[in-house]
Structures are given as C-alpha cells and as structure tokens.
Design a binder for this molecule. Structure first.
Ligand SMILES: O=C[C@H](O)COP(=O)(O)O
Length: 265
C-alpha cells in the first residue's frame, strides 16, 4: 500500500507570493525525486484563501500532488445562506479531492462537536470528497491512561456515519476515508509518543474500525504530531503507520519531501 503524506499548512504562509514559492519548490522537488517518492500519495492542505491559487498551479504543473481542504461546511453540502462557509460541492468543483475533518484545533477553537463533524462527513460523502478524520487525546487524558477511551468516543462518528450510509456508499467508505491519529499534546510541541505507543494505538483504531465494518480493516491510519525528517524514518518503520499528517515541517518543501521519502517504501 502506498503511504499517505499530507501537509497541513494551517494558517500559513502569510502571502500569495510565499504560497507561490512553496508550491514551486514542492513541484520542482516532486519532479526531481519522482522515483524516490513513487510509493507515496503526496497531498497539501493550504488555507481556504489559497486553495484556488494552489489548484491553478498544480493543475498545470503537477498531477502528482493532490489538494486537500482544511475544513468543509457542516451546514450545506451544496449552496446556501451561510456566510463565510465553503461547501463540499464547491471544493469538489474546484478540484479538491479531500477534506480534513475534526482536527483538534477545529474542535478546540471552533467548538466542533460530534454532530457537526458527522454533518461534515455526510456532506463530503454526498459530493465524493474524501475525508481525513482526525482523532487524538489531550495530555491530561494521555497521562491518565484514557487514550483508547477518548479515541473510542471520537470514532463513534464513523459508526454513526455508516448507519446513515446507503449500500451505494460502500465504495466511498472503502476508498475515501483516512484516519489521522494526532495526540493533541504532540502537535507543534516537539514532544512525540514512541513508535511503539503509536503502533499500539493504531492497532486499537483498526480493531475498532473493523468492528464497525469489515472493509474498514484497510482504512489508512496516519500519525500526526511533531513529525520531522529526523523522526520520520522511525515512524515509517511501523507497518501500522500508513503515513503522516504534517504541520510545521510541511512549510518547507525540503523537509516535507524528506519525510515523504522516509515513507516511500
Ligand atoms: O495537522 C497537522 C498536525 O496538527 C501536526 O502539526 P505539527 O507537525 O506542527 O506538530
């Protein structure tokens, strides 16, 4: 199975010219190292403002890099009077293939709850947009040994989604769902769990998914939280880690592609 390497740029970079420079570097790097990167899906998630700009560059210069949105409307899958929102239909029409849902920063700063996340997931499915669904425990829950309990609760959205799905969605569920495990305490902090800890958590996630639906045994499970070129090789060595969701280290083409190369096995 090819690994999934997703760069989440969050609220970066600050300018159109910096976005242009980052995408140019990425396109050039992917082109120059295509053999070393052939076993990876490379994806980037610019801010909403910059999606169209990045799509324009990638459409003409690199089919190898796929476009991801950092969020999607919970209120409508199509159009409507929802100021400031962007729908799955609009994203799909632009050429975006995936959306990140449930990132801990959205849960924390925008109070996104399970109902909101379930709506977002349904809207993505209705428009054929893939979902990268993020889950992860806080530091307090990690310290208290509550990690699997928290993840099990967060994963109930997948079970709810399956209950609302038609049989026709089977193909979507098999091919357009990715789980990203991001311990909140590891995001942007430089602190990382051990590869053994992540491996055990991923096994738990996989078992849980499988208990909902047998085909979910093949769902890619990514790790996210302070992934850098220096630790990527360690995470890549685990069969349970199917790729990474990268924040800070995705803002430089060299470090992002070095991480991707570690996973291109
Ligand atoms: O979406 C990415 C994650 O939140 C990880 O961010 P980070 O690599 O800066 O720790």
């Amino acid at each position: 199975m090819k690994s999934w390497i997703v760069g989440n740029w969050k609220l970066n970079p600050a300018s159109v010219s910096a976005v242009q420079a980052l995408v140019d570097d990425l396109v050039e790097g992917v082109d120059a190292q295509s053999t070393a990167l052939q076993n990876c899906h490379i994806m980037v998630a610019p801010s909403l403002l910059h999606l169209s700009q990045v799509e324009d560059i990638l459409r003409t210069k690199s089919a190898a890099i796929k476009l991801v949105c950092q969020d999607v409307s919970a209120l409508s899958a199509e159009t409507g009077a929802y100021t400031g929102d962007v729908s799955a239909q609009q994203l799909q029409d632009l050429g975006v293939q995936w959306a990140i849902i449930g990132h801990s920063e959205r849960r924390q700063y925008f109070n996104e709850d399970n109902d909101t996340l379930l709506n977002k997931m349904k809207h993505c499915a209705a428009q054929g947009l893939g979902v990268i669904f993020c889950i992860g425990e806080s530091e307090a829950d990690f310290e208290a040994g509550n990690t699997t309990q928290v993840l099990a609760e967060q994963l109930t959205i997948i079970a709810d989604f399956l209950q609302h799905s038609e049989a026709a969605d089977a193909d979507y569920i098999a091919n357009k769902l990715i789980i990203a495990y991001e311990p909140v305490w590891a995001i942007g902090t430089g602190k990382v769990p051990s590869v053994e800890e992540v491996t055990e958590v991923h096994k738990f996630i996989r078992e849980r998914l499988q208990s909902f639906e047998a085909t979910l045994a093949k769902t890619p499970v990514l790790y996210g939280g302070s992934v850098k070129p220096e630790n990527a090789q360690d995470f890549a060595a685990s069969e349970q880690i199917n790729g990474v969701l990268v924040g800070g280290a995705a803002l430089k083409a060299d470090s992002f592609l070095d991480i991707a190369k570690a996973f291109s096995k």
